[in-house]
Design a protein around this ligand. Structure first.
Ligand SMILES: [Zn+2]
Length: 449
């Protein structure tokens, strides 16, 4: 999403879910509706070293079918009773210490099988205002100070464990990158249920028990392993080129350009398209870079939809701390979800529904600012202004050294269909063709001819 000229290598599919999924949900779960697909398999991850999990006794073993039944909702395990995990269990599983979370709340309820999945602290003598601390050392990579909002999803969720709207439902929250630990390539915690301290900043290095805020509610924690909540991830097979073209041609007549006409798409620069490698973050480019170069250009909604996530108060991380987070990604061998979130800067996520009922999501990132009219839960129409394009979240922005014209000033624009970016796994020529179909219909982007 930045330094586009550096990256010219071919497709590097480090985003392939098989590389990081430790407990893959049944792929059929994506077909049986949102509720069923949200059920979380508590079976210990098969790729875990046996010594990492000896103390965890799952409350109810997941029934293992003896045959291969049709994937129906009733075949999914029903939610089990809430159980209490002691701090040793969690620390052993994920390498983060729940004893550090909240004073007077030494244990956690295992709510990994509810939605959104989480661990929630249990307090002996709950005190409103008790100090909430970091469960382990790391770097703060996201801070959300917005009140909780419920965002309904108009389409079945393709992602079984998490959706963008979940962040809105948490209200104020803090995300910490703990790096590699407990045998996992990357551990990230998402913490909510407290007033976030004013002094916290993105990129801040924290230790175990560094104060994050003061308790207002039951404090909850999600542990992300790489790109997925508690390691749960749908097995998504890349779509065939014919199917991608069919989706793109169906949506093309409904599309508006995501950027002002001064900003261009360059189909000749594969580094600016999906599937290009991104060595600086050990990952894969999932979007299209639409280069503006200068300030003062608008980003727009590409389709009708509902806003499901907004960040508009982003402050770039200090340069060295940003590099430390990228170094954690290098160790992980992939870009963890929340690390990518850090690199997005200010952004808007919109959920659309295509005429065939697929869940379509667009992400507009590196915005200088988001239009005040764009709020979580609000409806937008194709062509509505989302904000001003910038380079927030990029290296030049963090360093404060952006020249008058710089290719880092661009819209990083992602187009997701049923949980994966359009074109995932396609060849260069196929990717170019698919995005030409999508962006050169009614959107008629500059660079199409
Ligand atoms: Zn990009």
């Amino acid at each position: 999403m930045l330094l586009a000229v550096v990256v010219t290598t071919g497709a590097v599919f480090t985003a392939c879910s098989s590389l990081r999924s430790t407990s893959v949900a049944d792929a059929s779960a994506t077909k049986v509706g949102a509720e069923a697909s949200r059920a979380i398999d508590l079976t210990p991850a098969p790729t875990e070293p046996p010594t990492a999990i000896p103390t965890l006794a799952p409350p109810t073993p997941t029934p293992i079918p003896t045959s291969t039944p049709e994937p129906t909702a009733t075949a999914m395990p029903t939610p089990t009773a809430v159980s209490i995990l002691n701090e040793y269990d969690v620390a052993t599983l994920y390498g983060v210490d729940t004893r550090a979370l909240v004073d007077g709340c030494p244990t956690v309820q295992d709510q990994r099988n509810t939605y959104p999945p989480r661990l929630t602290t249990v307090c002996n003598s709950p005190e409103a205002g008790a100090t909430v601390g970091s469960p382990a050392a790391g770097f703060i990579i996201a801070i959300n100070r917005q009140p909780a909002r419920t965002v309904s999803s108009p389409a079945p969720l393709a992602h079984p464990a998490w959706a963008w709207g979940d962040a809105a439902s948490m209200g104020e929250h803090v995300v910490i990158d703990h790096g590699a630990r407990a045998g996992h390539g990357n551990v990230t915690t998402v913490l909510w249920g407290f007033d976030v301290d004013e002094e916290l900043f993105i990129g801040q290095q924290v230790d175990t028990r560094t104060q994050l805020g003061n308790r207002t509610d039951a404090v909850s924690m999600q542990v992300w392993l790489g790109e997925s909540v508690f390691g749960e991830q749908a097995e998504l097979n890349p779509l065939f080129f014919d199917e991608v073209q069919q989706i793109a041609s169906g949506l093309a007549p409904l599309m508006a350009s995501p950027v002002a006409p001064e900003c261009t798409v360059n189909f000749g620069a594969f580094s600016q398209l999906p599937n290009a490698g991104r060595p600086y973050r050990s990952g894969t480019h999932r979007g299209v870079d639409l280069i503006c170069g200068t300030t003062g250009h608008d980003a727009f909604a590409a389709l009708n939809g509902t806003v499901i996530a907004v960040t508009n108060d982003y402050v770039d991380a200090p340069v060295q701390n940003r590099l430390n987070v990228l170094a954690n990604a290098a160790v992980a061998g992939d870009t963890p979800h929340w690390t990518l979130n850090l690199l997005f800067g200010n952004y808007v996520v919109i959920e659309h529904v295509d005429p065939d009922g697929r869940e379509v999501i667009t992400i507009s990132a590196h915005l200088e600012s988001v239009d005040p009219s764009i709020e979580v839960g609000g409806a937008v129409e194709a062509g509505d202004r989302l904000g001003e394009i910038g380079n927030r979240g990029t290296g030049p922005s963090a360093a404060g050294t952006t020249p008058v014209w710089d290719s880092s000033r661009h819209l990083h624009w992602e187009f997701f269909v049923d949980g994966q970016y359009l074109g995932r796994g396609l060849t260069v020529a196929e990717t170019v063709a698919a995005y030409r179909t999508l962006l050169c219909g009614s959107a008629a982007m500059t660079g199409c001819t």
